[in-house]
Design a protein around this ligand. Structure first.
Ligand code: SF4
Length: 503
């Protein structure tokens, strides 16, 4: 059997699912590479880690910007420990038997203690994942050749209460929590896991774990496409608002598809609509409720259709903002009057605080009395309320826009209309293709296909070549426009459904 070295990543995989651990060593080619959203999260984690080094500034990055790794990094760490330097970033250690190794975000030694510091880009400690992560590093250090002063273990994460001033205050931005006691207590878990993992990895056979909530938590599993490929396209995991733990239990009982759900199972009315439509293989349409809903939109009057794009940075970029604040950088507003559409839009220049320009332009473009239709009003209303707090002199006008908002999500969230191809989702990306079957209105034709891509490209905007910037700007405008135009077409499709109700 080939010699296996356990690092933090496969260890975490193993705590999530034994099959994931086994596949990681035996069939790594079955992994699906991270998507745009996952890459963005990883990049943000790296960015936070680098800023957090300022808590212990003046240290040496042993990885030299991630260009040194593996054995070379471990040897470099050993050499560095022979100097009288005290602070190292990315120091790497291995157990004496060379079977486990880890990298430490910030390693600080003094005469009294050795600090092992792990930086997380979250705004709280996620238990048990963060604790297990550090407990693994502690185990490696304790079983390595390191003989310095006693270990103290810290988790550093973002302070969600922090509001940025003119300058970034790194001491206020982060919370540093001493978790030494919890890490020592967790050593027994690490030992248990290591016994389990040894037997998993010794086996020639891939463990037979069934799909479960572990495929999604705490991180989406990279083997998802492999393990789910033979399952039906719609499973109990697609039943809207069903907890993943409940779906896991159903799978264990052999209930995989919605068609297998027993008639005495306790579900909400909306869930039953979904189950029944899936069993029949045809849409469920509540003409009465859709008619009532459309009546609230006053579509015979001038109507505004509005969509926002935002981005969130873990490190607040602008004065008065906090970690992960949603910053509005783009909107599209379509004003429909008697079948004519007037397109209005805003896309902020990257690098400047866009909030004031965004809200001033939006207020101008939504001036009037018509209803403002959005898709998922909780999002747009929350952003408008934040902007009202930030610019109190505009509060009255912002409140006027909030009161005019109507939510096109409602008929789909409440399952007044449900099509099995929506697979339990009420998002516009799920609704548009089933109600408006038009190539012209397909996200597939756009280079930006979802909000995460829009967010990621906007954030990277300044790093792009000029030509790519021009292309990205056009793509962002088209993406936001399609979200808005899609709403108009969806509302028209609903109107058609009630106009052509079977007698
Ligand atoms: S997709 Fe699910 S079953 Fe497959 S390896 Fe990952 S967690 Fe395990």
């Amino acid at each position: 059997m080939k010699k296996i070295t356990l690092t933090k990543y496969p260890f975490q995989k193993g705590t999530q699912c034994h099959k994931a651990l086994w596949l990681n060593y035996n069939n790594p080619e079955l992994k699906t590479p991270p998507n745009e959203e996952q890459r963005m999260i990883m990049d943000k984690g790296t960015e936070v880690g680098i800023i957090a080094r300022q808590l212990y500034s003046g240290g040496r990055d042993l990885s030299e910007n991630d260009t040194v790794y593996g054995r070379e990094l471990m040897e470099k760490t050993q050499a560095a420990l022979k100097t009288d330097e005290q602070i190292f970033y990315e120091a790497s250690f291995e157990t004496l038997d060379r079977r486990m190794n880890c990298k430490v975000d910030i390693f600080v030694r003094s005469e009294r203690n050795t600090r092992l510091i792990e930086v997380k880009s979250s705004t709280s400690i996620k238990t048990p994942d963060h604790i297990l992560d550090l407990a693994f590093q502690y185990y490696v250090l304790k079983n390595s050749s390191y003989t310095g002063p006693p270990l103290q273990v810290y988790l550093v994460y973002l302070n969600k209460e922090y509001v940025r001033g003119v300058e970034l205050d790194v001491d206020e931005l982060f919370v540093m929590e001493d978790v030494t006691r919890r890490i020592i207590d967790a050593q027994v878990l690490i030992k248990n896991y290591l016994v389990q993992f040894e037997s998993v990895l010794k086996s020639q056979q891939c463990p037979n774990n069934r799909v479960s909530e572990a495929c999604f938590k705490p991180y989406p599993c990279a083997f998802y496409n492999h393990c789910w490929k033979d399952l039906p396209p719609i499973t109990v995991f697609n039943l809207s608002r069903l907890r993943k733990s409940k779906a896991t239990q159903l799978i264990e009982e052999g209930i995989v598809e919605l068609t297998q759900i027993p008639s005495d199972m306790k579900l909400s009315v909306e869930q039953w609509v979904q189950v029944e439509a899936t069993k029949k293989g045809s849409p469920s349409i509540n003409h009465g409720e859709i008619t009532k809903f459309l009546g609230t939109l006053n579509l015979d009057q001038p109507t505004f259709w509005m969509d926002f794009e935002t981005y969130m940075s873990p490190i607040p970029e602008y004065q008065g903002t906090h970690p992960y604040q949603q910053i509005c950088f783009q909107y599209c507003v379509l004003l429909s009057i008697n079948g004519q559409i007037d397109r209005r839009e805003f896309l902020a220049e990257r690098g400047k605080d866009p909030r004031r320009a965004f809200i001033e332009s939006l207020l101008e473009d939504t001036e009037g009395e018509g209803k403002i239709i959005v898709y998922n009003q909780a999002f747009e209303i929350a952003r408008l309320r934040e902007l009202a707090r930030e610019f109190p002199e505009l509060e009255g006008d912002i409140q006027n826009r909030i009161e005019r908002i109507r939510d096109l999500l409602i008929p789909f969230a409440k399952k007044y209309y449900y099509h099995p191809l929506m697979k339990g989702s009420a998002s516009i990306k799920a609704v548009l293709p089933v109600l408006v079957n038009s190539e012209e209105l397909s996200y597939n034709n756009l280079s930006i296909k979802n909000g995460a891509m829009a967010m990621s490209l906007y954030e990277k905007f300044q790093q792009l070549e000029l030509e790519k910037q021009i292309e990205t700007r056009r793509a962002l405008l088209e993406y936001c426009h399609l979200d808005c135009l899609g709403m108009i077409k969806v509302a028209e499709a609903l109107q058609n459904l009630v106009n052509h109700k079977p007698k």
